[in-house]
Design a protein around this ligand. Sequence first.
Ligand code: UGA
Length: 436
Amino acid sequence: MRLSVIGCGYLGAVHAAAMASIGHDVIGIDVDARKVEQLSRGEAPFFEPGLQEILTEGIQSGRLRFTTDMAEASGATVHFVGVGTPQQKDGYAADLTYVNAAIDGLLPYLNPGDLVAGKSTVPVGTAADLTPRVEATGATLVWNPEFLREGWAVQDTIDPDRLVVGVPAGEAGERAAATLREVYHPAVAKGTPFIVTDLATAELVKVAANAFLATKISFINAMAEIAEVTGADVTQLADAIGHDARIGRRFLGAGIGFGGGCLPKDIRAFSARAEELGRGESVAFLREIDAINLRRRDRAVDLTVAALDGTVFEKKITVLGAAFKPHSDDIRDSPALDVAVRLRGLGANVTVTDPAAIENARSRHPQLTYVEDRDEALRDADAVIVVTEWDEYRRQMPPEHVSALTAGRIIIDGRNCLDAAAWRAAGWTYYGMGRP
Ligand code: UGA
């Protein structure tokens, strides 16, 4: 099938390459000429396992191309819109500038019978607002939210755990759902749940899923706060409640909390939209979820200060991690970098290292010192803080090895990802989040 993908950021670039890899003929369109050139050379513009391979393969096969020219969308059967919906500069709501621009730019090239499939995360009601413009061309607008996780984006796109498609009522909607079943044929053929809803439900499914995940993380972090004043261990607590299949252990990792380009801005946009709908109180708890989350960063900073006898001024602190999570070079709203910046603000000599995100971190926070090599970064540190749970720190960093490099023996485990007993046995003072 011929497909166009408007917006070649995280979502769009992965979607375009993944659709080509399952046999479609794909044109990716973006306004950023540099990004388009890079993608056209087969270079992934960000760190995402597996993306490089499917990009190269798609371009070499001739099934995948990138352009800045929207006119090239003409002739595609389905047009996916995957542009960003960042938080507004002066509020919590989502900024829909790029969605509107993408739709308006696409309209002149739509043909009757075409399908426009929104993938961007949008406030509920957006698709209904856009529908008249799209339908005036004879095309149909559907919403097909994306649930990919950074770090697993390729796998999540090709082999998702569910597909959700919001369609308009009537025959056009039925035809649209059938077309999307064809687009996603390998997943559909293997029995992946394919859920057809109305437009509003599809939009809401996406924000509800992210709100639930954020709530789960903040719930366990709230338990960590209670554990901290009672001497309980939140990791054991999570293991114990996680055995209940109704609760489940995943996303009960207490630590410095969630960040990234999705969860934080999505819960805020959801609150803002609910206020507009007169239902602010229905999701008032999301404000608390956000507040708990942000408090965990304070906690990590406070723990570090306390561990260094009340002041970090001119102490050398090695910060392990900059990305908002492992397997990613994304530093958007990264709790890891936030902690690093705050420690620097308190006068510490902060050295940051990360296996993938240094370049991005440096351009955003040039005031910090960055060292590529982990062991070099650890040299002479008074304290070490783990803020992103890369395997390089979690599994491949024996305490005895680190002891030979650092000046001090203080380790703060901002992700509860280390073996506390092993560090203590090696003579370190270990501090976890919500652990005694
Ligand atoms: C999230 C969702 O998980 C995806 O399903 C969704 O498609 C995506 O947002 C999106 O809307 O595009 P992502 O931002 O890649 O995906 O990251 P997550 O894996 O959800 O992690 C988010 C943050 O939560 C990270 O900072 C991570 O360190 C933190 N986290 C995660 C915890 O603090 N504890 C946990 O137990 C799990």
